[in-house]
Design a protein around this ligand. Structure first.
Ligand code: CAP
Ligand code: MG
Length: 435
């Protein structure tokens, strides 16, 4: 056992403590290293994430420690779970980076744990008050698009990268004309030499407008503003605003939390909806024994105020069990999320912060729409990349097949029956329905 384990203050375990309304509460999964006692690991984790060091420090007076010490108020060694209440005074309440530097910082590097996972953070009202949450959110977007009684249908221009701006805009136009409400860039398309940001935005927004005039439906283009600096992302956001866009898209994990907090402010000034693509999240979230859960990522996004967020599909190509995806959906949309011990979810009162619009994307085909509708209901954005552009009759037909499959689902008609009088759907069934 390391000497630090024996020397740190030992009064952080406090199972008699009732968390205060003002405390920030975290649930952790802890796997101590060999030879390290579970409570010692929890004590050090709690100390390192708040006020303490590896050894007793003379500069930490007993009075100060008493005031700011963490309280490990729940310990379940069998389940390898602890919950820690942190005084709000430990935090810069409006700073996601500072909060993460504490409760998701050095602790992941400690030798005394083999694995450590931050399962959830419950934010106190004092912290919620420092954030605005989504500006548009679920109902604001439904109002903007003029659709609230069905899921929205979106696509991702494919191939991911490689098209020039003209071709990109044409693929977007065909998607809109066929029935998509939303068309977005792929996560790795930003401002490459073959497809510059400004030209792409200009041409695609122009054709979105044309499709609006032709179809009588609102058509939204989600252009990816992810860039090396906040200043450049703001510049790109302002270009979109000047071109009359309603949306900006951002790769939330590569861009980082400071960027998201900055962009939330800039987006409000520009009047733009923020679409959050979560690529890279699995580097943090996928290992069930280590890292940071997607629940934490989703909650931080709602707190900061992204308007819509990818949460998984259940039926598509990315990992994510149904219960996990529905937990994320609840954190996006509910005002009061109840605790769910089995899912390591803490109760969260969002205090009226607007809901985010959940996005299901990744490996979806039109044939999955009945399942998606039964899983998510109407308050979801369904996105089909390959599932639209690989349609044998082309992109527009792929989008039409999605709308037809959605109509069938809303009317409670089987896809096979609906396909009898809807050619695009019929062809899609021929391609994607498992025989
Ligand atoms: C979907 C997608 C998204 C994934 C990411 C893609 O395209 O654009 O990046 O949805 O997963 O490139 O895979 P396809 P998630 O429809 O062609 O799969 O939404 O779970 O973060
Ligand atoms: Mg993508």
């Amino acid at each position: 056992m390391q000497s630090g384990v024996a020397k740190m203050r030992r009064d952080y375990i406090d199972t008699g403590y009732s968390p205060k309304d003002t405390d920030l509460i975290c649930e952790f999964h802890i796997e101590p290293a060999e030879g390290v006692n579970f409570e010692d690991a929890a004590t050090h984790m709690a100390g390192e994430s708040s006020i303490d060091s590896w050894t007793e420090i003379a500069t930490l007076s007993p009075e100060l420690a008493e005031k700011l010490k963490p309280h490990v108020f729940y310990v379940n060694e069998g389940e390898q779970t602890v919950r820690v209440a942190y005084s709000e005074d430990l935090f810069e309440l409006g700073s996601v980076p500072q909060v993460l530097s504490a409760v998701a910082g050095n602790i992941f590097s400690m030798k005394i744990v083999d694995n450590l996972r931050l399962q959830d953070i419950a934010f106190p009202k004092s912290m919620l008050r420092e954030f605005k949450g989504p500006n548009f959110g679920l109902s604001g977007i439904q109002k903007l698009v003029g659709v609230k009684d069905r899921p929205l249908i979106g696509t991702i221009v494919k191939p991911k990268v490689g098209l020039n701006p003209e071709k990109h805009a044409e693929v977007a136009y065909n998607s809109f004309a066929g029935g998509c409400d939303l068309v977005k860039d792929d996560e790795n398309l930003t401002d490459q030499k073959f497809n510059g940001f400004e030209k792409r935005a200009e041409l695609t927004l122009k054709l979105a407008e044309k499709a609006e005039a032709e179809t009588g439906e609102r058509k939204m283009y989600l252009c990816n503003i992810t860039a090396p600096t906040c200043r450049e992302m703001t510049r790109r956001m302002n270009i979109l605003k000047d071109l009359g866009a309603s949306y900006a898209m951002i790769d939330i994990m590569p861009a980082g939390w400071t960027a998201l907090q900055t962009l939330r402010e800039e987006a409000e000034d520009a009047g733009l909806v923020l679409h959050a693509h979560r690529c890279m999240h699995s580097a943090y979230t996928r290992n069930p024994r280590h890292g940071i859960s997607m629940v934490v990522v989703a909650k931080l996004c709602r707190l900061i105020g992204l308007d819509q967020l990818h949460i998984g599909t259940v039926v598509g190509k990315m990992h994510g069990e149904k219960h996990e995806v529905l937990t994320l959906r609840d954190e996006c949309v509910l005002d009061k999320v109840p605790a769910d011990e089995s899912q390591h979810v803490l109760s969260q009162d969002w205090g009226g912060l607007k809901p985010m619009f959940p996005v299901a994307s990744g490996g979806l085909a039109p044939t999955m729409i009945p399942d998606l509708y039964s899983i998510f209901g109407k308050d979801v954005i369904m996105q089909f990349g390959g599932g639209i552009h690989a349609h044998p009759m082309g992109t527009a037909a792929g989008a039409t097949a999605c709308r037809q499959a959605l109509e069938a689902s809303l009317e409670g008609v089987s896809l096979q029956d609906y396909a009898k009088s809807h050619k695009e759907l019929d062809v899609a069934l021929g391609k994607w329905l498992k025989k």
